[in-house]
Every structure is written in C-alpha cells, then in structure tokens.
Design a protein around this ligand. Structure first.
Ligand SMILES: Nc1ncnc2c1ncn2[C@@H]1O[C@H](COP(=O)(O)OP(=O)(O)OP(=O)(O)O)[C@@H](O)[C@H]1O
Length: 303
C-alpha cells in the first residue's frame, strides 16, 4: 500500500524546524487547514495557520503551556466553537470529552455511559439490550464496571473522568477528542487510560488529546502538536519533536529527556528540573516575558 507522508508543518519554533510528521498508511479522518481562532475581533489570536492531519488508528497529543489555546482548539475540532479562519474537515463520527468534571447530574453511572448511545438511537428510540451491552462493555474496558450503580454526582473527580471516557467509548465514535483525559487520575488510572486509548487506536479509532505530560505523548502518540502561541506551533513526529531543548524552551524550565531500554522497547521519560523554574508566572499569555519562548519566531507576513 502506498503511504502518503504529510508535509511538515512549522509555525516558527523555539529551537529548530519541526520534524516531519510520522508516515502512516491510515485514512485521514480529521484535516485541519489554515485554522485560526480568537475570542473576538479585539482579542489576540490564540493560534493561526494551523495545519495538521489525524489518521485512523492514530493518537495525536496536543501539548503547550497553560492558556495557550489547547482547550479552545479542541472545542474548534469538536464543533463547539466556530473557526475564525481556515477549515476543519471531520470525516467520521466524533465524541468530545471535556476537561471539566462538574457533577450536577444525579444520574447513575450506567445511565451516564448509556447516554453515549444517543447518536445511534436518534431522538425517539429507547435504548435496547444491544445499547446496554455496549455501555457495559465500555465500562469494563475503562475499568469502572463496579461503579455502574453509583450516583455520578457522588464520584470523585478522577472517577467522573473515567465515566466520561467510557461514555465516549460507548458512543462508537471513530474520533475521540479528549481534554486532558489523565489530569485527575492517579498513576494506575493514567496508565489504564493510556492503555485503553492505545487499544482503541489499534482498533482503528483516531484520538486527539491534550496533555500536560510529555511522557504520555512520548508513550502513545506517533505525532504531537506543540501549541505555544500565535506564531509558534509545531506538528511532527513525537520523539523528534519533544527533545530536551524544545521542551526546555517551551516550558521555560530545564528538562532532560532520557531513553530507557525495557523489554518492550525504548521508553522515553522527561525529567524537569523543579528547582529551575523562573520566579515569574508562566501562566499569563503573550506578555513581554514570553519572548523567551520565541527565539525563532517566523514572520507570518512572509508566508
Ligand atoms: N469564552 C472565552 N472568552 C474569552 N477568552 C477565553 C474564553 N475561553 C478561554 N479564553 C481564554 O483563551 C485562552 C486559552 O484558553 P484555553 O482554555 O484554550 O487554554 P489551554 O491551553 O487549554 O489552558 P490550560 O492548559 O490552562 O487548560 C486563555 O487566555 C483563556 O483565558
């Protein structure tokens, strides 16, 4: 089979040109072209001219500092926000799992997961045995079968996160869009969720997820999108993109990347120097202090 190799996409960068995205034979299910967004005409652009592709069976990680627009990008991909520029093409049913776990619902967990079947049922059909079985299978896959009879509102934040992931799995979407799916989870459940996402990808599902864990991206994502400002985004093969120098520049913190040889292959781990954090806040976007990030800022007018 012939494999298309996508063009490398680099919108400037902290240290180097973006490496090419990894080649893949899967069919593209999500195509983003020239995407730009800002929350109002007088607001700064969060990102501009983004272009990337996600294929069936691929997990794309989106990384970047706080407030750089990762959630906003996911909301664009999920159709919750309308792009201000450019286009998004989604060729398969998708399901969005938000970062917020606000629990106002008094539904049982099994009913929450069953809601994932709504797209298949349409407006007027009640769930049948097959739908209940799909919901049960999704809960089992995510490891929350024992929570089925519990009230969703009475769960911990991490448990609710797993329920929402199970609901997305039950929906049989072919593209999962997940906002920090491991953020509220303990180490065991982080590993579990990454494992489940890997299994789903093996079955041909495409996954787009944001994460603050470079290790998670290195573990499971062929390609990564680094988002750190209007003029600074890179899309490329994860192991080539997430180097010590790039991560250190993006997060403004000395970060080492180590390769560990394990029986199942090379594992990459990132080690931040927690004493190396500058005293200035890293949260405020695009102020004068942020210039340290943009050592290789591209002149957008020249493109
Ligand atoms: N509805 C909104 N109206 C105006 N500005 C918004 C709105 N939602 C988010 N923002 C702003 O857009 C910027 C990007 O927010 P977003 O939540 O997309 O960032 P993020 O990269 O996901 O952040 P984090 O890593 O902290 O979750 C922030 O400065 C935020 O305050």
């Amino acid at each position: 089979m012939d494999c298309d190799v996508d063009e490398a996409q680099s919108l400037g960068g902290p240290t180097q040109a973006a490496p090419s995205p990894a080649a893949d034979c899967g069919t593209p299910v999500l195509r983003v072209d020239g995407l730009g967004f800002r929350y109002g005409a007088r607001m700064p652009w969060l990102f501009r001219d983004l272009a990337f592709t996600v294929r069936e069976g691929e997990i794309l990680s989106i990384l970047g500092p706080n407030a750089r627009g990762k959630t906003t990008l996911l909301k664009n991909l999920a159709g919750i926000l309308k792009p201000v520029a450019g286009s998004i093409t989604v060729d398969v049913p998708s399901s969005y799992v938000p970062q917020d776990h606000g629990a106002t619902s008094s539904y049982l967990v099994e009913d929450m997961v069953l809601m994932g079947r709504t797209r298949m049922l349409g407006a007027f059909r009640s769930p049948g045995d097959a739908d209940r079985e799909a919901a049960r299978a999704a809960m089992k896959r995510v490891g929350i079968a024992r929570l089925a009879g519990r009230s969703y509102a009475a769960l911990s934040g991490g448990q609710r996160q797993l329920v929402l992931i199970a609901r997305a799995v039950a929906s049989e979407a072919r593209l999962l869009i997940l906002d920090e799916p491991a953020s509220a989870l303990d180490l065991h459940n982080q590993a579990r969720v990454l494992h489940v996402l890997g299994e789903l990808a093996d079955l041909g599902m495409a996954v787009v997820m944001t994460t603050h864990h470079p290790d998670h991206a290195l573990h499971c994502s062929r390609n990564t999108l680094l988002l750190f400002g209007e003029h600074d985004a890179q899309w490329g093969a994860t192991t080539s993109l997430l180097t010590a120098s790039t991560l250190s520049a993006v997060y403004r913190l000395p970060i080492d990347v180590h390769a560990l040889s394990t029986p199942s292959g090379t594992r990459w781990i990132t080690v931040p120097d927690l004493d190396g954090a500058p005293l200035v806040s890293h949260i405020a976007p695009r102020n004068e202090d942020d210039q340290v990030l943009t050592t290789n800022t591209t002149d957008r007018e020249g493109r």
